[in-house]
Ligand binder design. Structure first.
Ligand code: NDP
Length: 467
């Protein structure tokens, strides 16, 4: 006897449990990818009011389609180190969704990189890029290669080998990678050089390029600046500002450096930075002179934050201790937190510590820096909480502006780009704030960002048929 299957006309077995079913499928089909499960869960849980209001998305199986990458490319990256030894790394590019524009998203070079981490980043990128107001789809890529401790020549040989394979999958109208952890101006230069050599074309296939070969002013600053602009917009809703606020910043790379710079511009007092070896706390504040020193330490000498306390005696250094159940950086006293290092760097205990010490604002520069329990606690306690896909979208938005300049063969001034970045961040905040209210969650910018990002992509997918 045939099994009785209770299908609706669209094939969704249980409309009321649709979200739970999709989530269960994601976990079953993508085992051992906890970061991807986490990112999907956060988004899907926000979408319940949208699906209640618009059952047509359910009928079109939009969620199942969004959680399945359009294409996953995984490849071998062989290269010679300085001693003539062969080294083999793994390269990836996840082309997640191109409903609203070419795939766009960074490349991460870090030993922790794996398929699940890049899928979480690519999934987040789809919604983030949608929020920017610019026509960009979502992707992400990278390698488990660790640039730390490698010579410039080793980094160049690795980048050339990586691009030798990647070049056949990307293009200015197809997929436009950029930087992320471990991929800065140096790496983008080596990658661009090899692409140009292999394809014999000078096009805007990467963003974050050098200023004299197609890069945009303000692109290096954009993620950090944008994250601070977003915090400023959140504070405005409570008639407050960043002036005089004590700020906790984690990380000391691209995002952290320009977060500190913009905080200083707006009269705030940043007191912490970190790297994977530990945290510095400077109660006198990290002023412009100290920031310039950190930038040189990190971008030129590729040194460690522990050196800061030898240079500036007012500061203390707390080394990383993996046995601890919390990060000492988030146990410092501060009004605002700007996590700018990596995913899941704020756990529930860290969130409790921040709240206990009077923190009122969290604006996420890093991608998914807060665990789900930490996120829930921030929302329960009514913090001004700017989730990564909204708060840090200034970086990719400015990459979009770089693409526009490349297409026009034009270069805009610093002021023009900064003005555009600022107005994009204001608009992104307004969109998240109003969408949250329209869907019954006033003040919940997680819900606002997820729903607003989703709607644009989902509507494009509906228009384009079952592809
Ligand atoms: P960088 O490589 O420039 O800097 C990363 C910083 O975070 C370094 O200080 C690094 O320390 C620290 N860090 C990285 N991994 C870990 C870890 N596992 N534990 C502790 N510290 C760690 O990267 P970015 O500044 O570009 O990126 C930082 C975050 O911002 C990432 O989450 C990235 O995805 C996100 N982001 C970046 C954008 C950009 O435009 N660059 C755009 C949007 C988001 P160490 O040197 O010791 O490794």
């Amino acid at each position: 006897m045939p099994t009785e299957v209770n299908l609706t006309s669209t094939g969704v077995k249980n409309p009321a449990g649709y979200i739970e079913e999709v989530l269960a499928q994601v976990k079953a089909k993508n085992p051992a990818e906890p970061e991807f499960h986490q990112a999907v869960q956060e988004v899907l849980e926000s979408l319940r009011p949208v699906l209640d209001k618009h059952p047509e998305y359910r009928s079109a199986r939009i969620l199942e389609r969004m959680v399945e990458p359009e294409r996953v490319i995984m490849f071998r990256v062989p290269w010679f180190d300085d001693h003539g030894n062969m080294q083999i790394n793994r390269g990836f590019r996840i082309q997640m969704n191109n409903a609203i524009g070419p795939y766009k998203g960074g490349l991460r070079f870090h030993p922790s990189v794996n398929l699940g981490i890049l899928k979480f980043l690519a999934f987040e990128q789809v919604f983030k890029n949608s929020l920017t107001t610019l026509p960009m789809g979502g992707g992400k890529g990278g390698s488990d290669f660790d640039p730390k401790g490698k010579s410039d020549n080793e980094v160049m040989r690795f980048c050339q080998s990586f691009m030798t394979e990647l070049q056949r999958h990307i293009g200015a109208d197809t997929d436009v990678p950029a930087g992320d952890i471990g991929v800065g101006g140096r790496e983008i230069g080596f990658l661009f050089g090899q692409y140009k050599r292999l394809r014999n074309e000078f096009v805007g296939v990467l963003t974050g390029k050098g200023l004299n070969w197609g890069g945009s002013l303000i692109r290096p600053e954009a993620t950090g600046y944008g994250c601070v602009y977003y915090a400023q917009e959140m504070l405005k809703t409570r008639k407050d500002s960043l002036e005089g606020k004590v700020c906790l910043v984690s990380g000391s790379g691209n995002v952290a450096q320009y977060t500190v710079e913009k905080l200083l511009d707006l009269g705030a007092k940043p007191v912490t930075m970190s790297d994977s070896n530990g945290v510095i706390y400077d109660p006198d504040g990290i002023d412009r002179e100290k920031l310039a020193w950190v930038m040189e330490l990190k971008n030129v000498y590729r040194g460690r934050m522990s050196d800061y306390v030898r240079q500036f005696k007012s500061a203390i250094f707390v080394p990383t201790d993996m046995q601890m159940d919390h990060n000492p950086l988030w146990a410092m006293k501060g009004d605002c937190a700007f996590p700018s290092a990596t995913q899941n760097e704020i756990n529930l205990k860290d969130a409790e510590n921040l709240i206990k010490n009077g923190c009122k604002v969290v604006s996420e520069g890093a991608n998914m820096p807060s665990t789900l329990p930490a996120t829930r606690l921030f929302l329960e306690h009514g913090l001004l909480y700017g989730p990564a896909k909204a708060a840090n979208c200034g970086g990719v938005a400015t990459s979009g502006l770089e693409m526009a300049q490349n297409s026009q063969r034009m270069a805009w001034t610093r002021e023009e780009v900064d003005k555009k970045l600022h107005s994009i961040m204001v608009e992104v905040h307004r969109n998240c704030f109003e969408t949250a209210a329209n869907y019954g969650n006033p003040g919940n910018l997680v819900s606002g960002a997820n729903i607003a990002g989703f709607l644009k992509v989902a509507n494009a997918m509906m228009d384009q048929g079952l592809v």
